[in-house]
Design a protein around this ligand. Structure first.
Ligand code: ADP
Ligand code: MG
Length: 619
């Protein structure tokens, strides 16, 4: 660059997180390096597609898309790689915002992922929205020249060696778009060979919908695979296209490719990835489906195209019925988009339902990985709630461990006189089955669904019912199970029982709402049941998210088992040995809370237990 065309050079420092990221990128393994080609090509393609769309909506531009192309020029002698696009370019503010000043959420997520990974796999970089920096895997120095498509915009040059700082200066006479020029590291000169570049583009960027040339020779076959017939597309092409649209390196779990003519003309190619990044603790996924109209991209990954719970889906939706010049702003509240969304979501759920029916194994693999999104949808996507509820799966007392049932199948197994659907939350099947809540159900062979996740209880609370049958937590106080035959021991007389209940309420005070005789207990002396709509798992959840930090015992009812020998003894002791009876009732209460999974002050309890043990040992 000659000095006379550059003005006002300013030096800036990368934000700390970006510097850290660059450190990792610069020192990455050789084997991952070629990813930079894909990232820079994909940025050039994004910028070109944005321009193509702008040209359609903004008549003043009027340059059409004939001129759109991506050019790569490599020079072996000079050891350089240059990629040029005629896309939307960047203004000065955009330049410093996008490249260096503002570390967005992806930066942190990427750093975290890399720290956890055993082999510093930088190739995932594009998925975190920081793909540009991959250039520093191979670069001694990167120069970005860019001019925005806006009328009267000026040209800018961004330059950096990747070590801490970058410069920005103004430059005259730049064409619209962006040129990225890389001075290759001495050990990266292979990327100055055109055969090497062509090879990488054919492998990773073959589906880029803008012509790409390398040293003047066109390399990609521009095509919209989703518009072709399913039978003409090979498995390989499908997988390759997935890698392209999802910016992924793995293979998809499955895909859904369909056309519809009514109520809208739609061609969609959707993929479900193999992994769920939200499971890996990488934060909330961003939507990943692109919107096209007749092969022209309207927007990459629009926010409100599909319901939020579908954010794990990747792919393309193309509709002839969208006006080509629809602007991004009108996308937000367009009735047409809502209709489109409804059709696609319906088809996707239908596909899952068919899979659940015809290929249980595939479906359960999907459910294990992405089930949380289905649960989220069942609580939030009102339009598809019933269909999503059909896809929910739970372990159950009627099935062996590890097997899951649908609510529909549960309903099919319900007893003639059974009105409600029962579920019980706990950390594991063993804990639930050993706990006091399900024994009465077991006695009478009433099926109970097991929910291992507190979210499940939230889902059930939101759904309220399924096929007009109430979803009821087994620890609810108002469950009416008719009397069970007394199994062991004699039942305390009703006068004694009532007196004992009254005494317990007095002794425990405000820590319990009421005390009453249980109709369902078999082998346990007492349980805590909830009064309101909330299961105890829901109470725990509310406590853990801080909505309801203090546990309010008044919402609990303590139920006692009049057949249990401890209850008989307690009844006798409350007259003979009041202090001892007090200690026992306190412990009975704590035990009931513990069995409900609720917090108990361990120190006070240990002190008390030691006293009781001393007594039991004859002390
Ligand atoms: P992502 O592409 O996922 O947003 P990148 O790190 O690859 O993340 O790019 C960051 C941003 O820089 C892009 O979102 C875009 O705004 C801008 N950018 C990068 N390359 C170009 C280009 N060739 N033309 C215009 N803008 C670009
Ligand atoms: Mg990118």
């Amino acid at each position: 660059m000659s000095a006379d065309t550059l003005h006002d050079q300013e030096t800036h420092h990368f934000q700390a997180e970006i510097s850290q990221l660059l450190d990792i990128v610069i020192n990455s393994l050789y084997t991952h390096r070629e990813v930079f080609i894909r990232e820079l090509v994909s940025n050039a393609a994004d910028a070109s597609e944005k321009f193509r769309h702008e040209a359609l909506t903004n008549k003043e531009l009027g340059e059409g898309d004939a001129a759109l192309e991506i050019r790569i020029d490599v020079d072996k002698e000079a050891g350089t790689f240059t990629i040029t696009d005629s896309g939307i370019g960047m203004s000065r503010d955009e330049l410093s915002e996008n490249l260096g000043t503002i570390a967005h959420s992806g930066t942190k997520a990427f750093l975290q992922k890399i720290k956890e990974a055993a082999n510093q796999d930088v190739s995932l970089i594009g998925q975190f929205g920081v793909g540009f920096y991959s250039a520093f895997m191979v670069a001694k120095k990167v120069t970005v020249e860019t001019r925005s498509f806006h009328a009267d915009s000026q040209g800018w040059v961004w330059e950096s060696e990747g070590t801490g700082q970058y410069t920005i200066s103004q430059k005259d006479d730049l064409a619209r778009g962006t040129r990225i020029h890389i001075e290759l590291k001495d050990d990266a000169t292979e990327y100055a060979e055109d055969s090497r570049i062509k090879d990488a583009i054919r492998r990773y960027s073959n589906f880029v919908p803008i012509p790409i040339s390398v040293n003047g020779e066109k390399v990609n076959t521009v095509q919209a695979i989703w518009t072709r017939n399913r039978s003409d597309i090979t498995e390989e092409e499908y997988t390759e296209f997935y890698k392209f649209v999802a910016n992924a390196w793995d293979e998809p779990m499955f895909r859904l490719h369909f056309n519809a003519d009514a109520p809208l003309a739609i061609r969609a190619l959707l993929y479900v990835p193999k992994e769920n990044p939200e499971h890996l603790g990488l934060g909330k996924m961003q939507p990943g489906v692109d919107l096209y109209c007749r092969k022209v991209m309207i927007e990459k990954h629009p926010e409100n195209l599909l319901p939020e719970w579908m954010r794990f889906v990747r792919g393309v939706i193309d509709s002839d019925d969208l006006p080509l010049n629809i602007s991004r702003e009108t996308l937000q509240d367009s009735a047409l988009i809502r209709k489109l969304s409804k059709v696609i979501t319906g088809r996707f759920i239908k596909h899952l339902a068919e899979q659940a029916k015809n290929n249980e194994e595939e479906f359960s693999k999907f459910y294990d990985t992405f089930g949380n999104f289905i649960k989220e949808g069942a609580t939030q996507d009102f339009a598809h709630r019933d269909d999503l509820a059909n896809l929910l799966r739970f372990e159950s007392s009627a099935l062996e461990a590890g097997k899951k049932t649908s609510l529909l199948d549960y309903v099919g197994r319900m007893k003639a006189e059974q009105k409600d659907i029962y579920f019980m939350n706990g950390p594991s099947r063993e804990t639930i089955e050993a706990g006091p809540y399900v024994e009465a159900f077991r006695e009478r062979e009433i099926e109970v669904l097991y929910t291992f996740d507190q979210i499940d209880d939230y889902v059930f609370m939101q759904l309220g019912e399924y096929q007009e049958k109430k979803l009821v937590s087994a620890d609810r106080g108002d469950i009416e199970l008719s009397d069970i035959d007394a199994k062991e021991g004699e039942e305390l007389s009703s006068e004694d029982s009532e007196a004992l209940c009254g005494w317990l309420k007095e002794t425990l005070g405000d820590r319990v709402g009421s005390v009453r005789v249980s109709k369902r207990l078999v082998s346990n002396p007492a349980i805590a049941v909830t009064g309101g709509m909330m299961s105890s798992a829901m109470q725990r959840l509310m406590m853990s998210v801080g909505k309801d930090e203090t546990f309010d015992g008044k919402t609990m009812t303590l139920e006692i088992n009049p057949r249990h020998s401890l209850i008989h003894r307690l009844n006798a002791l409350r007259n003979d040995n009041k202090d001892f009876a007090n200690e026992l009732s306190e412990q009975l209460y704590d035990n009931a809370l513990l069995a409900a999974g609720l917090f108990v002050d361990p120190r006070a309890m240990v002190d008390r237990l030691n006293k009781l043990l001393t007594k039991a040992a004859g002390g």
